[in-house]
Design a protein around this ligand. Structure first.
Ligand code: SF4
Length: 209
């Protein structure tokens, strides 16, 4: 069985989800980074419910750095891991401010030193905000990459990231990421994938595993 070509995957997903975009609500680099930190192990929908009040109360890095942690906890308590996330977003804002940033910089190596920001968060942020060719690997991306045989079944997130960077090198990673995530939420779901309506049905031996 031949490996599916990137063009075939991209075009089919674009055909299905032309309007696929970031599901988190944000208005600048600050609000995007905070929303992505909050979205770890929580749905984007749940994050979007708490961020209007959060960003209304703390409009910038400068304002959030001075927030009282209990006040922040109260605002975001509906989302998972809210206690740690409250500490992280205040600490990340403090670090950004003390390092002289009013905006979140386009700098992967710096971003991964911020509290609550790992490789995936930094990659998702840079692709979304700065349109950089960075690929954030979450559970949807990981699962689909293995099912479509773009990565081996035992690959870790870093290997998958490298595989995808190489495989989709001619395409916008930002758009590809949104297309794959939307596909993972709607068709290639973790449990009971809707293979009968999938454009890749029968084309990848990874789907059988
Ligand atoms: S055929 Fe099924 S498992 Fe394979 S990519 Fe499509 S939805 Fe996912």
């Amino acid at each position: 069985m031949e490996k599916i070509k990137p063009k075939f995957i991209y075009n089919n997903l674009l055909n299905l989800y032309e309007d696929a975009k970031c599901a988190l609500d944000y208005y600048d680099s600050y609000s995007l980074l905070i929303a992505i930190i909050l979205s770890a192990q929580t749905t984007d929908k749940a994050v979007n419910k708490v961020t209007p009040l959060l960003f209304n109360s703390y409009k910038s890095i400068e304002e959030l750095k001075d927030a009282n942690v209990l006040d922040v906890q109260k605002i975001i308590r509906e989302i998972g891991l809210y206690k740690n996330k409250s500490l992280n977003i205040i600490a990340a804002s403090k670090m950004l401010f003390e390092d002289g940033y009013k905006e979140v910089p386009n700098d992967f190596n710096y971003l991964i030193t911020l509290p609550g920001v790992g490789r995936k968060t930094a990659n998702v942020f840079l692709a979304e905000y700065y349109n950089e060719q960075n690929f954030g690997v979450d559970t949807h991306i990981s699962r689909i990459s293995k099912r479509l045989n773009l990565s081996k079944t035992n690959s870790n997130p870093l290997t998958i990231e490298k595989d995808l960077i190489n495989f989709f090198k001619d395409y916008s990673f930002k758009k590809t990421h949104h297309l794959l995530i939307t596909f993972g939420r709607n068709i290639c779901t973790s449990k009971n994938p809707k293979c009968s309506i999938c454009p890749f049905n029968g084309l990848s031996k990874g789907c059988a595993k």
